[in-house]
Structures are given as structure tokens and as C-alpha cells.
Design a protein around this ligand. Structure first.
Ligand SMILES: [Cu+2]
Length: 168
């Protein structure tokens, strides 16, 4: 039992150290490319990047965060095709939303960046729609624990461009 307690306290200590890295320590010990992530961890933020390409694919089918966490979601279009031909966005839907009904309604919502106005309350979070070479970013608070559908709502894309946003 004693041994177990000791292990537990070491783990707790490490966790504290991880969340308490101060700015000086970050600059001294981490390369510039990692600093943003470390700072985000300090603020209890989850930074998620997802790439979309010219083949109508996301590079991830699962995005993860913790309940109540600030989520910074960055979408990169790594292709070359213009937004009108191969636009991508990320739309996270509330639980209980009919995925196909949303995707079908989105087809007629070009003037609203493919977000159907009558189903806007089914959207937990959405990025702008972007074309090749562009990057867009949103920040939102992760909802209650559970699994949420996400998709690209550009017409036809949700066949391939979809996945689960998992909140633990
Ligand atoms: Cu798309």
C-alpha cells in the first residue's frame, strides 16, 4: 500500500510540473516549434490540427478533447484546388442531429458557407470554408462528455470527410 501511495504521489508531482512550466523555462528548454503547445497545456487548452486535401480527405477521423476544455481547432487545406471546387470546413454537430439531413440541407446553403440556416442550432462549432493553401482556426469550449459527429459540409464531401469528436 505504501508503495502504491508513493507511486501515486510521484505521478501527481509530475503532473504538477507539467502544468507549471513557466515562460522562462519554456524558452530555455523547448524549441520554438513546441512552445505554443506547451503554453496551451499550461492554460489547459487542447490544440487540434486537421488537414484536408485535394482528394476530399481529412487526415484524421478522430478529434479528442476534455469536457470544458478550451479547444483551438486549426484546419489546413494542404491541397491546391480553389475553394469553389474543393472547399473544406470542419463542422461539429450536436448529439441527436441527423447527419445525412444536415449534409443534404448544406448542399443548398452555399450563400451561408454550406451551413444550413434552419439547422444552425445543431452546430457546436464550425470553421470557415477554405481552399488550397489556406489555414483557418476557431476556438470553442468542449461540450459535455460524449461522441459528436464532425464533417466537411461542402456538397458531397461528407462521404469521406467525416469523423468523431470525442469528449472525455
Ligand atoms: Cu471538404
Amino acid at each position: 500500500m505504501k508503495k502504491f501511495m508513493l507511486v501515486l504521489s510521484v505521478i501527481t508531482l509530475n503532473a504538477c510540473n507539467n502544468t507549471a512550466k513557466n515562460e522562462k523555462a519554456i524558452e530555455n528548454h523547448y524549441p520554438e516549434t513546441e512552445r505554443a503547445t506547451i503554453r496551451a497545456e499550461n492554460r489547459n487548452e487542447e490544440v487540434i490540427t486537421i488537414n484536408g486535401d485535394d482528394d476530399m480527405k481529412f487526415d484524421k477521423t478522430e478529434l479528442k478533447a476534455k469536457e470544458g476544455q478550451t479547444v483551438k481547432l486549426m484546419l489546413k487545406h494542404v491541397g491546391k484546388a480553389p475553394v469553389g471546387a474543393m472547399g473544406h470546413n470542419v463542422v461539429i454537430l450536436a448529439q441527436g442531429t441527423d447527419f445525412n439531413a444536415f449534409a443534404n440541407a448544406a448542399i443548398d446553403a452555399k450563400d451561408n458557407d454550406y451551413i444550413p440556416k434552419r439547422m444552425e442550432n445543431a452546430v457546436i462549432a464550425k470553421t470557415n470554408i477554405i481552399g488550397g493553401g489556406q489555414i483557418t482556426e476557431i476556438t470553442f469550449i468542449a461540450p459535455a462528455k460524449g461522441s459528436y459527429d464532425f464533417l466537411c459540409s461542402f456538397p458531397g464531401h461528407c462521404i469521406y470527410m467525416k469523423g468523431k469528436f470525442i469528449v472525455a
